[in-house]
Design a protein. Structure first.
Length: 489
């Protein structure tokens, strides 16, 4: 525990949904839900306007649609989210060499290690400046928590939401935590909370007063002792700059349970190829291939095979995943399939040779290459086992070729985004980030040659230069001064 609140926790506000609202003027101030749009899709993020209707993350999309039928439902655009996340992490890196990202929109920062704060006043000033910088560079808001430990800094940022800053003074941790529910503490999930409730403990103060011996008796030595320390306000975990990925994986949930064994194997091979693409994108190779199968009854099976050495060869991963599939009974139907690689390592000379050999041997181009007929994999991915009719297949192909919310460009009308598709048509709203009014709407045939998919536009086309921050105040590229929203007290 520190004597000064020099651990900062940043959490971007409703990140995916806020990014979509910033990119699409017509959605600002309106309920927006981002996630999988199929019948088995789940909510990834809901805007604060959508949350007023009871929509929240991890909720089934069908339930969200019942609660907020008039919300905008969009497919995630991870290219945009990663780009904005890189901008935010670059700003955090200017504050300290110790930045611990937890996800695209969340991170801890050790301000003491960066020499940017050493007491309450300097920590608050840096927190306010950071929020202004994020607003100026990305157009989005983030909430900041400051405390003497990671646990309290994260609790403070949650209390600051949305769009605020909160500091918990060192020495007040025990009193601050006391009235909070036990679920506030890290490691206390629904099952543990229910177990503690049956023992008469519902608040953090109950845990602290119960004593370490009682919690060890209830939860075991490691968990009980750790929980008592946290309930007493103690958390000495350091901010760790490098959080090395332990695995790379991809998975898909299917609209209709898969029963055809050939179709299941085809999907496993496709997932293996996608997994290797991510593996190579991260500059890694892996030693263990993992297959995940969720069956019709929600039972989930995991099988793994460890290879003789690390690889990033798609053929090797496909074959290993196929072998693992042979040991799994899928006759009742499959809801979800996943392929992953663990035991990650950096590239070795042998990996590079294997990669080159695999690329020479591959007859088909990689996913997304123009040499393959457009939508071929997508049509196969969306098809039901018994085979959809021509009209249904066309609708599935259109929805996957033109996902709701994704970027497009028209030769005449310019940049826009897909509002929806169906009956052989795709509806596009033509607008760009920074526009002051909603854009116009046009409808086209799904095969219109003038319409094509496009990359996302930056949320802030010409952000101010923060290269000298925090040593000096930033200057606008136009010389007009440093923009940025004032911090909420």
């Amino acid at each position: 525990m520190r004597a000064a609140p020099t651990i900062l926790h940043l959490d971007m506000d409703a990140f995916y949904a806020s990014a979509e609202q910033a990119a699409k003027p017509s959605l600002r101030g309106k309920p927006v839900v981002v996630g999988g749009l199929g019948t088995r899709g789940v909510v990834a993020t809901a805007s604060y306007e959508a949350r007023r209707f009871g929509v929240h993350s991890a909720m089934p999309m069908a339930q969200a649609r019942r609660l907020a039928p008039n919300a905008a439902y969009l497919v995630p655009r991870f290219t945009l989210y990663r780009s904005v996340s890189d901008q935010v992490m670059e700003l955090l890196g200017r504050l300290s060499p110790l930045v611990e990202p937890l996800s695209l929109d969340e991170a801890f920062v050790d301000l003491e290690a960066g020499g940017t704060a050493d007491d309450t006043a300097s920590a608050l000033e840096i927190g306010r400046e950071l929020r202004e910088a994020i607003q100026a560079v990305t157009g989005l808001s983030g909430s900041v928590g400051l405390a003497g430990s990671k646990m309290l800094a994260k609790i403070a940022s949650e209390e600051a939401k949305p769009d605020g800053i909160r500091l918990i003074e060192p020495g007040t941790e025990r009193a601050h935590l006391a009235p909070m529910p036990v679920r506030t503490l890290p490691g206390v999930g629904p099952a543990t909370a229910d177990h503690l409730r049956r023992a008469g403990m519902t608040t953090v103060n109950d845990l602290a007063e119960a004593g370490e011996a009682e919690l060890v008796r209830l939860l075991g030595k490691a968990h009980g002792a750790a929980l008592h320390r946290m309930a007493s306000g103690f958390d000495d975990r350091p901010v760790v700059a490098e959080r090395d990925a332990k695995s790379v994986s991809v998975e898909d949930t299917f609209e209709v349970d898969l029963h055809d064994r050939v179709r299941v194997r085809t999907e496993v091979e496709r997932l293996a190829d996608r997994c290797v693409q991510r593996l190579r994108g991260a500059g890694r190779s892996g030693r263990t291939v993992v297959l995940k199968v969720r069956r019709y009854d929600f039972s989930t099976l995991t099988r793994s095979e460890t290879l003789r050495g690390p690889t990033d060869d798609p053929a090797v991963v496909r074959e290993a995943a196929a072998r693992l599939l042979e040991a799994v009974d899928t006759t009742g139907g499959v809801r979800l399939l996943g392929v992953g690689v663990t035991g990650l390592a950096d590239y070795t000379q042998e990996d590079l040779f294997a990669q080159a050999a695999g690329e020479r041997a591959a007859a088909a181009p990689p996913e997304g290459d123009g040499a393959r007929p457009q939508g071929e994999d997508d049509a196969r991915e969306g098809a039901a086992d018994e085979g959809p009719g021509p009209e249904e297949a066309a609708e599935q192909l259109a929805a996957r070729r033109w996902p709701a919310g994704h970027d497009v460009h028209h030769e005449v009308h310019g940049h826009g985004w897909v509002q929806g598709s169906g009956v052989g048509r795709v509806t596009v709203r033509f607008e760009e980030p920074g526009a002051t009014a909603p854009g116009r709407v046009r409808t086209f045939r799904v095969d219109d040659p003038a319409l094509r998919a496009a990359d996302p536009l930056p949320l802030v086309p010409d952000p101010p230069d923060y290269s000298s921050w925090p040593a000096s105040r930033p200057k606008s590229r136009s010389g007009a001064g440093a923009p940025g929203a004032a911090s909420r007290p």
